[in-house]
Write a protein that binds this ligand. Sequence first.
Ligand code: FAD
Length: 321
Amino acid sequence: MSKKVLVLGEVRDGELRNVSYEAIAAAKEIAAGGEIVAVLCGEGMSNHGQTLLHYGADRVVLAEHALLNEYSTDGYVQALLQVIDQEKPEGLVLGHTALGKDMSPRLAARLESGLISDVTSLEKVGEEVIFTRPIYSGKAFEKKVIQDGLIFVTIRPNNIPPLELDESRSGDVSTLSVDVKDLRTIIKDVVRKASTGVDLSEAKIIVAGGRGVKSTDGFKPLQELADVLGAAVGASRGACDADYCDYSLQIGQTGKVVTPDLYIACGISGAIQHLAGMSNSKVIVAINKDPEASIFSVADYGIVGDLFDVVPLLTEEFKNV
Ligand code: FAD
């Protein structure tokens, strides 16, 4: 039976995040020929609305209010509830991003619905959609179905391929002036840390450093390799705890969970808590001077050697590609 499915588009620094397109692809499976309605919160979003149509949304609702220009749990939940009240969807898809992780449990509670979080794939079997999600820090996967009520899921970024961009697609983009009030927190200003520009959680290639980089300066050859590859730089908690880099780079159980096409681990031992954040990467390259390091057990390619010799060689080679 076809269903109407709502998707929340995420915008950061004025750009739509890829997970918005991936959510539309997931919604398409759930909708089974039904309508996909994308929602964007905040002012001045109509251009992004057009882009979501090009990526497969059938219709876009712009939930407009000045207080939605910056994310707040209260504001977004209030706005989404009003859109849901208007649209009465049978499915709801959000990214399993910081925003999605923050608001989805509250939204589920308000809607008195279940929630399957951190979905990495979904498949259609007859009328049912089966959702797969990792458990036990990625050591196992469970499959779940929702048999009753709202099909509410969050999807892990970089796992579900977006639909092909089709700029000839069009659809209705309407505005809903939502009522947002009594916010417990109001964002006055956002001061971002300087970043290299590539978002770690959506990066296709990550060059990550561990305690083996030995210092803040030790990250320089990794950054150079990342620049050549158009990659993001990440880190183990060992490197963060040693103050070689900022905690925003930490990958793992208590850091970011990433699924790039290529993960290059440099001087990282491969503790289980680190593997929890990166072992689903498509191709893993490990560089470590200890041939017994656990990281080699998950690596597709292993280089036993000193990272300060190997990484600059890779940089030089990739410059010529
Ligand atoms: P180490 O284990 O010290 O490994 C350094 C590696 O570098 C070694 O294998 C060494 O052979 C190699 N090396 C040294 N010099 C060189 C060189 N010149 N060239 C090549 N290789 C070299 N960790 C995370 O990463 N993410 C998490 O989210 C996380 N969450 C945690 C949560 C909990 C509750 C706990 C208890 C721990 C958590 N940890 C996490 C910590 C984790 O257990 C490890 O301590 C940490 O991952 C180790 O970091 P590391 O591999 O960089 O350091």
